[in-house]
Write a protein that binds this ligand. Structure first.
Ligand SMILES: [Zn+2]
Length: 444
């Protein structure tokens, strides 16, 4: 026998101490790339990376004598999930704006610690935080990277750029006119953000803002996009109304959040020509279906929640997402977790379930939440799929999510850079920094 089968838990935790290769084998591996699913398959992990993946017999032949081997009967191995749109420092309560105004920086950071932990337990290995007050999300990002607290890899935009009284203005990223806009963009770049977020129309949690009207001019958005791109950073924008989306389509933007094609209060009309324009320009979209799902449910049950009148119902949002994809737009997982009742322990699972309900196959939905999202956040070279050479960010779930997508809720193990960080429902106590392949010299 060329391998040594390990019992779970203690033995697996021991693997965290050693850079030597080990094998995990399960009923199947969903690679996250090109629809490939290997039945009766195994993954070889070594030095934090995926060394090989394939049918068990093939992997057996490729590993050395005595290589530790973890057998996971009844389980599926898939890439760690990637959520391209979260707010780690938001409360996920029924009234987030009220909480944000009441929370000081310490409270925000503590909320972030709890949310990051929940995301990791849910199988999320990378999140992109698209809006926080001050530099709290950046500090949380660096604390997780240093190993101070457990959490997924974090990319963060810091303060989103918004107009006076615009959506999320209370996060502190207000700019009025070209001079202030350029100054704020440079300030954010200097702070070490990973992405720049623009609030291009109004939004739900800010009653003074109008979701239908563009907040910035095309020249202003282009100026932000150009400055960020010069610094090597992608740019994404919150936009709900068609007018705002049409403006963004001409701006060089990389992604649009929500992208809901609203034309009047409570009214949706899909603009196919605009969708094709987005596809041609290579703009990805995160429909954030999970964002209001629980809130609308709770509202329908008669509870008071912070959702404004005229919210577009979930089935129409699903139809909008389906039509965007049909027009050729890359639709990726972004949940808005942290927003109104969008909890980190289920938002990503909910998003995958809602995509499947909207017409994605389970494997396509998984790809939207792994390699698709990795591409959207510009990390597809290192993350997002179970392929040789990639970082070993791996999720193991019980059951078969290729048949029943809800199996992604049954998280058994999570690996981050080849280290088991969650086993059988428990976080491991590995305090070493999370390995990142790209320089993070700005880590404070
Ligand atoms: Zn958001």
């Amino acid at each position: 026998m060329p391998v040594r089968t390990l019992a779970l838990s203690e033995d697996v935790a021991d693997l965290a101490r050693s850079p030597a290769p080990f094998v995990i084998a399960a009923e199947r591996v969903v690679t996250g790339a090109g629809g490939v699913v290997h039945p009766a398959a195994a993954v070889v992990i070594g030095e934090g990376r995926i060394l090989a993946v394939g049918p068990v017999s093939q992997v057996l032949a490729s590993v050395g004598e005595g290589t530790p081997w973890i057998d996971l009967p009844g389980c599926t191995i898939l890439p760690g999930l990637i959520d391209s749109h979260v707010h780690l420092t938001f409360s996920a309560g029924p009234f987030i704006a009220r909480d944000l105004l009441a929370d000081d920086q310490t409270a925000l950071l503590l909320r972030g610690v709890v949310n990051a932990r929940q995301a990791l337990m849910a199988g999320v290995t990378t999140v992109r935080d698209l809006g926080s007050s001050g530099d709290v999300a950046l500090r949380l990002r660096d604390a997780v990277a240093r190993g101070l607290v457990p959490g997924p890899r974090i990319l963060a935009s810091g303060r989103p750029i918004t107009i006076p009284d615009g959506h999320l203005h209370y996060l502190g990223g207000v700019a009025n006119g070209m001079v202030e806009i350029l100054a704020l963009t440079e300030e954010l770049i200097g702070q070490g953000v990973d992405v720049v977020k623009i609030i291009a129309t109004g939004g739900n949690s800010t009653p003074t803002s109008d979701p239908l009207e563009p907040a910035f001019t095309l020249e202003e958005v282009r100026a932000i996009v150009d400055a960020a791109h010069r610094a090597g950073l992608p740019v994404t924008a919150h936009a709900r109304g068609v007018k705002g989306i049409a403006l963004l389509a001409e701006s060089g933007i990389d992604q649009i959040e929500h992208c809901r094609m609203e034309v009047a209060p409570g009214t949706w009309r899909f603009d196919e020509a605009l969708a094709r324009r987005l596809a041609e320009s290579g703009v990805s979209a995160a429909p954030t279906l999970a964002a209001s799902f629980r809130a609308l449910q709770r509202q329908a049950a008669g509870d008071e929640v912070g959702v404004r009148a005229g919210a577009i119902p979930i089935p129409i949002r699903q139809e909008n997402a389906r039509l965007l994809r049909e027009a050729g737009v890359r639709v990726v997982v972004g949940t808005d977790a942290g927003a109104c009742l969008a909890r980190f322990d289920e938002a990503v699972h909910l998003e995958l379930e809602l995509l499947v309900e909207a017409g994605w196959s389970p494997v396509e939905a998984i790809e939207a939440g792994t390699l698709g999202a990795a591409s959207a956040i510009r990390r597809a070279d290192e993350l997002g799929s179970i392929e040789a050479g990639k970082l070993a960010d791996v999720l193991v779930v019980r059951g078969d999510p290729t048949v029943d997508i809800s199996s992604v809720r049954e998280v058994e193990q999570v690996y981050l850079g080849g280290r088991p960080v969650m086993l059988n429902g428990n976080l491991s106590c590995d305090r070493r920094p999370t390995p990142w392949p790209w320089p993070r010299s700005e880590i404070r």
